[in-house]
Ligand binder design. Structure first.
Ligand code: HQG
Length: 182
């Protein structure tokens, strides 16, 4: 199976499982689960050949463990990163480490320094435990800058933190006073 096919399929799965399931007539439940057979037939109507072997290969090879398959093997979901309103993942609240990191583009800094970190089209602001991960996330948008978030202090002041299955930390927003530019 080629890396190109795996990458293309991963992007397609991210698109339909996080953002626009309706484009292939797919329904997600509130926890983001989609029936794998419905995904395969919906994709086929869109001219895309998916099968169980390819889907499982994408799930297993995803560098960020973006997807998970249900214990009974029937359903698949994206573990975070949703924008579709039909999904409201119930994440367990968790105590964050003292600091978390957020990589972004330098050109966004002025706005971030006014508004704090906001989720944009996703449901949460995404934060990383590792500097290196935050740097890689920020590089997607160009010249990168990494911000440290005083996560423990935020939590002490009543802000909630969650961790997705793949280790990404999530919170609703980060006010400016908890941010330090590194
Ligand atoms: C920025 C990928 C202006 C924010 C990654 C970011 C991650 C502001 C962009 C995951 C702002 C949103 C999430 C403000 C935040 N003014 N810009 N007030 N507040 N921003 O893609 O965190 O491959 O929605 O800094 O690896 O970059 O999809 O979020 O640059 O884990 O699995 O607005 O997506 O994972 O961009 O990335 P995104 P993100 P996947």
């Amino acid at each position: 199976m080629s890396k190109k096919l795996l990458d293309e399929t991963s992007k397609f799965l991210s698109y339909v499982l996080r953002h626009e399931p309706q484009t292939i007539g797919l329904t997600l439940d509130s926890q983001g689960w989609a029936d794998i057979n419905a995904l395969i037939s919906g994709a086929a109507r869109d001219g895309r050949t998916l099968d169980r072997v390819l889907i499982e290969a994408v799930v297993a090879s995803s560098d960020k463990k973006r997807f998970s398959i249900s214990a009974d093997g029937l359903c698949i979901r994206a573990v975070q990163g949703h924008s579709t309103k039909t999904v409201e993942l119930q994440f367990e609240e968790k105590n964050p480490p003292q600091s978390l990191y957020h990589g972004t583009a330098k050109r966004f800094l002025e706005s971030i320094n006014e508004q704090g970190l906001i989720p944009g089209s996703r449901h949460h602001v995404h934060l990383s435990e590792e500097l290196a991960t935050a740097t890689a996330v920020g590089q997607r948008y160009g010249s990168v800058v990494v911000l440290a978030v005083a996560a423990q202090q935020m939590q002490e002041e009543g802000f909630k933190f969650y961790q997705a299955e793949n280790g990404v930390w999530l919170t609703e927003l980060v006010p400016v006073r908890f941010l330090t530019t590194l």
